[in-house]
Design a protein around this ligand. Structure first.
Ligand SMILES: [Zn+2]
Length: 435
């Protein structure tokens, strides 16, 4: 009949409408019910959800990284649907995919051990600014379980306190705005994916740049090692603060701090270490793959040509069992006697000034052929090979698996490094660049 809607079509339309109405009606109810959800759509996030048990309030997950882009130990995600006061359980297991490339015989073509992905205490935050540590996790076979009391509907959780490329940019900009006469916000270069690599340059007073030695402090060639960026921030904060040792450093030297070198792997939540085609800290060759390394080589090369590089410090985080800070240094056969003497003197001072934060390991780790077949392409070895006798070149490894491995402890370690550098250089006398 003309104008009449067939009964079937009407019924279909009615059901569809009913469905939409039900969905709309149920959506807020689901949120109010506190159904747990995991979100990873933000900078630095990384997780593969294995299961979510709404009844036991338990989330099973693996790190979200792809082993081709580095060791899959980093994880970071947001939980939604929590109810304040309830206890959540995070159950973490290792990613089973093998590591395609490794300088370490025990790792090639094997999955990364859960030990690297499971700090004894994980990090959590409500606002993404202030991070706390959970109680100690419990290892049960292939799983590590963390229990966490939610204080709000959403909780951010991570391997350690995240430090993204955006945070680095914000920190560097903030330093320059607050201290316009001392600090400048720059970019080391543009990354392969087109991101700026924030760099902070600090110097105070009228002494011309050409007459200043330079201290170069960089962090995060390995994207998962978030603690090293907090330490770099701690060094910069200490240098810009009020104590006489920091003021002396600002007035006599130029200080360059790069809180995040590998901005791309950090942004995409990848591990970075041993990423294809080449680990960033094995890329210090004549033809580097990573723009950050190439740009650092150019800047450091110019400083060395001018006789202006006084210290080069590369910040890292070590293995899961390390509880003391240690120094990776160039091997004896690839360093000059003056460089080795500088490292020993710095180490002696570090043992005085670091230990209020974390103990210092008794022995230096020398990065020769025994340590890695590509040791010559590590940053501090590259610098030592080109730098004069007087330059301090080393890598500092700060533990990530202790009760001090948090925002506060890392920043205090940064302050301790700043103070040690100042004492070290005051003892040495100000290094005069070549005329
Ligand atoms: Zn590292």
């Amino acid at each position: 009949m003309k104008g009449m809607i067939p009964r079937g079509v009407f019924a279909l339309g009615f059901l569809r409408l009913l469905g939409i109405l039900l969905a709309v009606a149920l959506a807020p109810a689901r949120a109010a019910d506190g159904e747990l959800r995991v979100e990873t759509g933000f900078e630095g996030a990384s997780a593969r959800v294995v299961s979510i048990d709404q009844a036991t309030r338990s989330i099973g997950f693996e790190p979200g990284g792809d082993p081709r882009h580095g060791w899959p130990c980093w994880w970071s995600f947001r939980i939604r649907g929590a109810q304040a006061g309830e206890t959540l359980t995070l159950r973490l297991r290792a990613l089973s995919a093998p590591i395609p490339q490794s300088a370490y015989g025990w790792l090639k073509d094997k999955p990364l051990s859960l030990d690297w992905a499971s700090p004894s205490r994980a990090a959590w935050s409500v606002d993404g600014e202030t991070w706390q540590q959970t109680e100690s996790g419990v290892r049960e076979g292939d799983w590590m379980s963390y229990r966490l009391k939610a204080t709000a509907e959403q909780v951010l959780v991570a391997w350690g306190p995240p430090y993204t490329a955006s945070r680095s940019a914000e920190f560097v900009r903030g330093c320059a705005q607050k201290n316009p006469a001392v600090a400048k916000a720059e970019s080391l270069c543009q990354s392969r994916d087109g991101r700026p690599v924030p760099l902070l340059r600090m110097a105070e007073g009228g002494r011309p740049g050409s007459q200043r030695g330079t201290l170069w402090i960089q962090a995060r060639q390995h994207a998962w090692e978030c603690g090293s960026s907090w330490i770099a921030q701690g060094v910069a904060e200490w240098i810009l603060a009020g104590c006489p040792e920091a003021a002396w450093l600002r007035q006599q030297y130029e200080i360059v701090v790069v809180p995040v070198m590998d901005v791309d792997h950090v942004a995409s939540g990848q591990g970075g270490k041993e990423a294809l085609p080449q680990d960033q800290n094995r890329d210090w060759s004549a033809r580097p793959h990573w723009p950050e390394v190439a740009a650092a080589q150019v800047a450091l090369g110019a400083l060395m040509d001018a006789g202006r590089l006084s210290a080069f410090i590369d910040l890292h985080n070590p293995g899961p069992g390390d509880r003391a800070v240690h120094f990776h240094t160039p091997p004896d056969e690839a360093s000059k006697p003056g460089q080795r003497a500088a490292i020993e003197r710095f180490e002696g001072l570090a043992k005085m000034h670091f230990t209020k934060v974390l103990p210092v390991q008794e022995k230096l780790v020398k990065s020769g052929a025994v340590y890695s077949p590509t040791w010559m392409q590590m940053s501090h070895c590259w610098v030592a090979a080109r730098a004069p006798e007087s330059t301090l070149a080393l890598c500092i490894e700060t533990p990530w698996n202790t009760d001090r491995s948090n925002q506060e402890g890392y920043r205090e370690m940064g302050a301790a490094i700043g103070l040690t550098l100042s004492k070290f250089l005051q003892e040495s006398g100000v290094i005069s660049p070549k005329p």
